[in-house]
Design a protein around this ligand. Structure first.
Ligand SMILES: Nc1ncnc2c1ncn2[C@@H]1O[C@H](COP(=O)(O)OP(=O)(O)OP(=O)(O)O)[C@@H](O)[C@H]1O
Length: 282
């Protein structure tokens, strides 16, 4: 499968401070790839390099085979969409008018505006001025703008950080639909649940370095402990090992009709992150 993104030995120093160092990864076309890490781990710095907003100190990065140093050319940026916190919206214009400006810039039919506004669940607010919107609404307008031209690759920096649970789920649904239509998604988040729900593969970033990279399910299997928890009719919770002795005990408990529930002790991505990095996810 062709790669949408390739990163080799990437580093960014701010004076003597190493924001990221020795970062290597690839994102395949069609993937939703999660770049996960706590505040200050280097997620935004990486997105800024990948979208041509910052030059790396060392290493190389390619988007659709093109060195990102060429992305200063606006035409080259047409193939991707970006959602970061620097919104670039016009406060005195309405949501609709802001999106119309972008339609004109990208030479898109105005019908795309309604699609994008529906995507982010803002139909009723479309005539409101952006300056009057809440943080979560503004975040959704920025997302609408990022997907307006149905980019082949979408960079999302913490896309749901200001959203309520209902709109978060709405955005997840929309992102999955967009991905099904062919958009590759590079997503940064510190929300491990979000990453687990959306991503095909995740990279754990801590203090500027990638510590682990794989599919969420593989990681959970790899780090699962060898026990299951059985809840019994007398409210007792018993830990059974996944071996012959555990199977024997389970057989007996089931035969005696004492089993209420059985749970595998699978770790969350958050548990694995803390285990691997020794750090907290804040
Ligand atoms: N322009 C800059 N000058 C100096 N230091 C910077 C600059 N930009 C980022 N840094 C530092 O680099 C580190 C990584 O920052 P970055 O914004 O990439 O983190 P992040 O993982 O996106 O964090 P958050 O989740 O809080 O957005 C931080 O310690 C930050 O203070």
């Amino acid at each position: 499968m062709e790669n949408a993104i390739e990163v080799k030995g990437l580093a960014k120093y701010f004076a003597n401070f190493k924001a990221i160092e020795g970062v290597d990864f690839e994102v395949k076309k069609g993937e939703i790839f999660g770049f996960l890490g706590p505040s200050g781990s280097g997620k935004t710095t990486t997105i800024k390099i990948l979208t041509g907003q910052l030059d790396p100190t060392e290493g190389e990065a390619f988007v659709f085979g093109e060195n990102v140093s060429h992305l200063k050319n606006p035409k080259a940026r047409k193939r991707f969409g970006v959602l970061t916190d620097n919104s670039g919206l016009y406060g005195r214009l309405t949501i609709y008018e802001n999106l119309k400006l972008y339609c004109e810039l990208y030479d898109l039919p105005l019908s795309k505006i309604d699609e994008a506004i529906g995507f982010v669940n803002l139909k009723e607010e479309s005539k409101k001025k952006v300056a009057t919107l809440s943080k979560g609404m503004t975040q959704r307008v920025v997302l609408a703008r990022a997907i307006l031209h149905e980019p082949e690759l979408l960079f999302l920096d913490e896309p749901t950080s200001a959203l309520d649970p209902v709109n978060t789920l709405h955005i997840y649904e929309g992102l999955r639909a967009l991905n099904k239509k062919g958009t590759t998604i590079f997503l940064t988040t510190h929300d491990m649940q979000e990453a687990d729900t959306l991503c095909n593969r995740v990279a754990f970033l801590n203090k500027g370095k990638i510590r682990l990279l794989d599919q969420p399910n593989k990681l959970k299997k790899q780090y699962a402990d060898a026990t299951i928890t059985v809840e019994l009719t007398n409210d007792e919770k018993r830990q059974l090992r996944r071996d012959a002795a555990g199977a024997e005990e389970m057989y007996q408990l089931m035969k005696d009709n004492r089993v209420v529930t059985v749970h595998s002790n699978e770790p969350t991505l958050g548990d694995i992150f803390v285990k691997v990095t020794g750090g907290e996810l804040v």
